[in-house]
Design a protein around this ligand. Structure first.
Ligand code: HEC
Length: 118
């Protein structure tokens, strides 16, 4: 089969646009579809264990009670942000100086449970 120049051009454009769209979707992180977020949200968080995780990892910046130091006050943060956004905030490292945390699914669920009580 012999492709015309126009058909070839149209095909190339289609491939390029498709590829670019895929890269954009991937780099945006689409938190809702993230398998890690999904896994965390299926678990029941233990806020008591979450409190310990918070005191060890977060209190230096957000204060022991989450009222804020270097980092913002987190009181009532769960009423302002969705679970997906909160999880993303902790594991993405997208807002320096807040570091990117590597927590197991269960640890993240526990921490989320604690954040909901702040
Ligand atoms: C090195 C200091 C630092 C540490 C440690 C830190 N944070 Fe942060 N955090 C920040 C800063 C600064 C911001 C504001 C980021 C921005 O939006 O520019 C922030 C923002 C947040 C927000 C978003 C608040 C909002 O109103 O949207 C949440 C939630 C949060 N941190 C939770 C945590 C948790 C949970 C931990 C521990 C696992 C943690 N942070 C550890 C500095 C820190």
């Amino acid at each position: 089969m012999k492709l015309s120049k126009t058909a070839l051009l149209a095909l190339t454009t289609l491939l390029l646009v498709g590829g670019a769209a895929m890269v954009i979707a991937m780099t945006m992180g689409l938190p809702r579809q993230d398998p890690y977020v999904q896994a965390v949200l299926t678990l029941r968080g233990d806020s008591k264990r979450g409190k310990v995780i918070f005191e060890n990892n977060c209190s230096a910046c957000h204060g022991q009670l989450g009222k804020g130091e270097v980092g913002p006050n987190l009181e009532g943060v769960a009423s302002r942000r969705t679970d997906e956004v909160l999880i993303h905030q902790v594991v993405s490292g997208k807002t320096p100086p807040m570091p990117r945390f590597e927590l197991s699914d269960q640890q993240m669920a526990d921490l989320l449970g604690h954040m909901k009580k702040l």
